[in-house]
Design a protein around this ligand. Structure first.
Ligand SMILES: Cc1cc2nc3c(=O)[nH]c(=O)nc-3n(C[C@H](O)[C@H](O)[C@H](O)COP(=O)(O)OP(=O)(O)OC[C@H]3O[C@@H](n4cnc5c(N)ncnc54)[C@H](O)[C@@H]3O)c2cc1C
Length: 491
């Protein structure tokens, strides 16, 4: 257990929890104030004495091991408001947890009060309005499950276990980006508990500045308890992975970079990946543990046209594995979940990319050939298509003209391999730096400091600071890719 938090039992029987956070000055909390706080909550408050504490503090990335002071499993908006007020009034650092998937573990923090939204899983579909209202604790697979039943979808990420909250607030890239834009491009309203404890709506009509900032600015501006999204008509897609030998990486990327930017129809998304074939069925035995490169496709046009659309792709070079065919969208959206169970060690490095130069392509091949563990991977997510039609000033998400968000992830279950995966990912990323566009997609970044955050928001950074000054001048919400207010901040 962290030795920066101690329980003192005083002779009077009064218990004081001393929270000394690296982010905050030392805070003394009396048992009475905690009891009062707990009594006003509908959801459970889990502290260090609770038998569920170790389970409750786990996040998806097994490399993250934090010891918060308290975790409140919020049942409703009132619980969220109570947490925000308690944190602010008692000078306790707060962390917000949606799905707990964040690369750097930013849904949790040592000695903090964690506002855990995971019990808040309400999903309400309005078929006539073609909208879905989801609470902040929903995972992507839960939303897909609900909307698929009415033949609709929100564009989200590629793994069903990711939380909608963090994904949306960072932007949201995935299998439907080229067809329907980023997740934030489909956001109509957000319902937010602000740092002063008030509960407001943000939309194009109300609190417009906040709405602008929430679309890409992360969890900096308040706790979003629910999101209203536009629904798009998608049901059965023609989709799946198409793989080639790793030795063909240079040839495949050179073809892919032209195809996805210049030739692919609007209804087709495809992200490029280097990977190792998993060592289990249903993968063919002769391919298991072979390093490969490939594209994970998702076509949302009519199924009658699909074979024709894929003909030139298959003609370019016969794939070694071709699992592209008709499937329900949720099948694609959860396809990779079994490969990545929670608790693995993950080390992330990322950048935006404008062009895949010949030199960069050679570097991709070099590091694909030495993927350090079978789960480690590199993805290039296209940002062209619908996502590029939005101007960089229209939302906080500023890299609209980059063609890809690149992410390199070293992954392994064994903590003993931590150094190995970190070394590979860092070296690979360093080698590609001269060919990158500057900042990185915030949802693919670990804790990389203020300069990286500024580079990511570019020209939008100053406007974000102004909005932060207005909605969270004391930086209550700082466990994130932090946009620091330029007015006063707590010590
Ligand atoms: C296996 C895997 C696959 C992924 N695939 C994709 C992908 O395809 N596309 C993509 O875009 N990203 C993807 N990501 C990245 C993902 O978007 C981020 O990790 C994101 O932060 C996860 O959100 P979360 O709610 O699960 O995270 P959490 O760890 O719970 O929170 C992340 C951050 O958001 C803040 N936050 C969370 N909820 C709220 C809220 N309700 N209000 C205010 N702030 C909040 C937290 O304070 C924290 O800073 C993936 C991540 C993983 C691990």
């Amino acid at each position: 257990m962290s030795n920066s938090a101690n329980l003192f039992c005083l002779p009077t029987g009064l218990i004081i929890i001393n929270v000394i956070s690296p982010l905050k000055k030392s805070t003394m909390l009396s048992e009475t104030s905690i009891q009062e706080f707990r009594a006003n909550l509908r959801g459970p408050l889990i502290d260090r004495q609770d038998q569920n504490y170790d389970e409750a503090r786990k996040v998806y990335n097994g490399m993250i091991n934090k010891y918060p002071a308290m975790i409140v499993r919020c049942a409703d908006v009132a619980d969220v408001m109570a947490c925000v007020n308690f944190g602010r009034e008692n000078d306790v650092c707060v962390a917000i947890r949606g799905g707990g998937h964040n690369a750097g573990g930013l849904g949790i923090c040592d000695d903090a009060l964690v506002i855990d939204l995971s019990p808040m899983k309400g999903i309400h579909i309005d078929v006539e309005e073609k909208t879905v209202l989801v609470q902040g604790g929903c995972l992507l697979k839960e939303i897909d499950h609900a909307t698929h039943a009415v033949g609709m979808a929100v564009p989200m990420g590629i793994n069903g276990t990711t939380g909608i909250s963090g994904l949306t607030l960072g932007g949201g890239l995935g299998n439907l980006t080229r067809q329907f834009g980023l997740t934030i491009d489909n956001l109509l309203e957000a319902h937010v508990v602000l740092a002063d404890g008030t509960y407001v709506k943000a939309s194009e009509k109300e609190n417009k500045d906040l709405f602008w900032a929430l679309r890409g600015g992360g969890g900096n501006f308040g706790v979003v308890v629910s999101f209203l999204f536009k629904l798009n008509p998608v049901h059965t897609v023609y989709a799946g992975p198409m793989l080639w030998d790793v030795e063909d990486t240079v040839e495949v990327i050179k073809w892919y970079r032209e195809y996805i930017v210049d030739d692919a129809p609007d209804e087709l998304n495809g992200f490029f990946a280097t990977l190792t074939v998993p060592p289990a069925a249903p993968f063919p035995e002769n391919l298991q543990l072979k390093k490969m490169c490939g594209v994970i496709w998702c076509y949302t046009g009519s199924l009658e046209k699909a074979e024709k659309v894929f003909q030139p792709i298959r003609n370019f070079k016969t794939p070694v594995l071709d699992w592209v065919g008709p499937m329900p969208l949720p099948a694609l959206q959860t396809m990779f979940d079994p490969i990545f169970p929670p608790g693995l060690q993950w080390y992330w490095k990322a950048d935006f990319v404008n062009e895949l130069s010949d030199e960069a392509v050679e570097i991709h091949y070099k590091y694909a050939a030495k993927l350090p563990t079978w789960q480690s991977t590199m993805h290039l997510y296209p940002i062209n298509g619908k996502a590029a039609e939005v101007d960089k000033k229209d939302t906080a998400w500023s890299f609209r003209k980059a063609n890809w968000a690149e992410v390199i992830v070293g992954i392994d279950p064994d903590p003993a391999n931590k150094d190995l995966i970190i070394k590979w990912a860092r070296e690979y990323w360093e080698a590609l730096r001269p060919y990158s566009a500057g900042g990185a997609y915030v949802n693919f970044m670990m804790d990389e400091g203020e300069d990286r955050v500024k580079a990511t928001y570019g020209d939008n950074y100053e406007r974000l600071v102004k909005i932060k000054n207005k909605y969270d001048p004391e930086n209550l919400f700082k466990v994130n890719q932090n946009i620091k207010p330029s007015v006063k901040e707590h010590a």
